[in-house]
Design a protein around this ligand. Structure first.
Ligand code: SAM
Length: 522
């Protein structure tokens, strides 16, 4: 048990859920690269440096058949995490205020080990211990995730960090340091002049602009902590290899692919790089990447990085892309466009692919196993006679290509969620808990989403016991009594019918959005 007060006790880290660190993502990447990772519905997960549990607690709530252990040096953060665990009523998670360096075999072994935002921020002996734990306490087919600041991208941040460290060297408390660091950075940005040819001035001004809105917690722990060492990818991979671990891939598979480069740059990198790590190292040098999320597995496992459709057999697919026109005949070979919420579109004329994208859009927010998607798309086309194997190959190839371009997501886990609110909507316990204190909640996909004040207040009553009529009564009373304001246009709260109609409209819309953003359980 830790009794050492740390800077994180004084100024806790504003942690959050990381979809890319979820066992679901780790299992997807491992599956795509030829491994058979442990099933995530029944696995053991360790998070090193779990802070207040913002990442681990929602995972434990969704994967109720798996067991979770979270370790952090800061007692205050672990106490916060334990309060969340008690409020949600979880029994499959243990949290301990301990140093990573004190951990031993008594913890047992784990199928997934997560260490986000720690490796760069701790001294060498802790880094060694993180890899040692991954080497000795990861099950044979297990996957470890470690993120860290990366060179060359972090060079600029390191320059800013050194200036701020120098200026605040005589101050003691984190908040004092942050306050003076902010003033000093603004001073630096103003003092160098406006010459756009000076890379230094441009960098200072950009950093001041970027850091101004960031929280005190972020600024302190990123720029003013004692340790923050960035590494080149090849250095990290060599360090992992010394511990018997090999590079499996990046949590963002698309970032590994040379296809994102202009053709002639891609060709040159192919001639320069002898293996995957060298290829990605050149990518980092070209793109100035500042941060990495690296997956490791044991050496000796044979990996295949060629992305084959066969890997989809155990995966599920989802997309946020929606058809632009609802009434297109998918059986024709006319082009059809599908648009992502950010505005990017994809266009295809292949009937099977169009049918699959329509099926995914209709099923949203649910994830559809690839082996269900294929017959569902074929059924839409009424094409029982076409070759199943040829269709599997075609759809598999398109799904992989859309995955690497960000149009579809892949999953190992299919959470039990409601695609419609129904009469007695039930929000996940984590959403209900987080909505008590803020506008950011973690949905069943492990994403952090922003909700409105109306949604926040409503969430407390989404326990499956209140039907729509009771919800309407409750929310109308809150608005009528002045405890909750509706967004403009203004409403006469003394006119009961008008008020009810407005609240009903907002309630229906809010419940619909809760369902579509994966906040409601089935
Ligand atoms: C930058 S924060 C990252 C927190 C969280 N993983 C995230 O990314 O949001 C680093 C965390 O590592 C923890 N930590 C630092 N040294 C540690 C050690 N030796 N043993 C356990 N935890 C440690 C800190 O208390 C802190 O919560």
């Amino acid at each position: 048990m830790s009794n050492v007060a740390t800077s994180y006790d004084e100024l806790p880290y504003e942690s959050r859920p990381f979809t890319e660190a979820h066992p679901d993502r780790l299992a997807v990447v491992a599956t795509l690269f030829g491994m058979r990772p442990p099933p995530i519905e029944n696995c053991r997960v360790l998070e090193l440096g779990c802070a207040n549990g913002s990442n681990l607690v929602p995972m434990a709530a969704v994967l109720s058949g798996s067991r979770f252990v979270g370790i952090d040096l800061s007692r205050r953060q672990i106490d916060d995490a334990r309060r969340a665990v008690a409020a949600v009523g979880l029994t499959n998670i243990e949290l301990e205020a301990r140093s990573i360096t004190d951990l031993g075999p008594e913890l047992g072994s784990f199928d997934y080990i997560i260490c986000h935002g720690v490796y760069s921020w701790v001294p060498t002996e802790v880094r060694d211990k993180i890899l040692d734990i991954c080497a000795h306490q990861l099950t044979p087919r297990g996957v470890a995730y470690i993120s860290y600041n990366t060179l060359p991208g972090w060079t600029l941040h390191r320059m800013i960090r050194e200036a701020l460290l120098y200026h605040t060297r005589r101050l003691v408390t984190p908040l004092d340091k942050v306050r003076h660091a902010r003033q000093f950075l603004d001073f630096l940005a103003r003092s160098g002049g406006d010459d756009p040819r000076s890379n230094y001035n441009v960098a200072l001004q950009k950093s001041a602009e970027t850091l101004r809105p960031r929280s005190d917690s972020y600024l302190f722990h990123e720029y003013l902590e004692e340790v923050n060492d960035p590494f080149y990818l090849h250095e990290f991979v060599e360090h992992a290899a010394e511990h018997g671990l090999q590079y499996l891939g990046d949590a963002h598979v698309a970032s590994m692919l040379l296809g994102q480069l202009p053709r002639e740059v891609e060709d040159t990198v192919r001639t320069l790089a002898r293996d995957l790590v060298e290829s990605e190292q050149y990518l980092d040098l070209i793109q100035n990447r500042p941060f990495r999320r690296t997956l490791l597995c044991h050496q000796g496992i044979t990996l295949d990085h060629s992305l084959r459709p066969a890997a989809l057999a155990t995966l599920a697919v989802s997309t946020s892309a929606r058809p632009l026109s609802p009434s297109v005949d998918v059986r024709s070979s006319a082009f059809e466009e599908f648009r992502l919420p950010g505005g990017r579109t994809l266009s295809t004329q292949e009937p099977l692919v169009k049918a699959a994208l329509h099926h995914l859009a209709d099923a949203a927010p649910r994830r559809v196993p690839f082996e269900t998607l294929l017959p569902a798309a074929r059924a839409r086309l009424e094409r029982e006679s076409a070759s199943l194997d040829a269709d599997r190959e075609l759809l598999g190839a398109r799904v992989l290509s859309y995955y690497t371009t960000g149009f579809v997501s892949l999953h190992r886990h299919v959470p039990c969620l409601a695609s419609e609110p129904g009469d007695r909507p039930r929000a996940s316990p984590v959403v209900r808990l987080q909505a008590l204190t803020g506008l950011r909640v973690t949905n069943l996909w492990h994403e952090q989403i922003e909700v409105t004040e109306f949604a926040r207040r409503l969430a407390a009553f989404l326990d499956g016991a209140h039907d729509r009529a009771a919800l309407l009564e409750t929310m109308t009373a809150l608005v009528r009594d002045g405890a909750l304001a509706l967004a403009p246009p203004p409403i006469d709260t003394a006119a009961p019918e008008e008020l009810r109609a407005r609240v009903r409209a907002v309630l229906d819309e809010t419940l619909y959005l809760f369902a579509k953003s994966a906040c409601l359980t089935a």
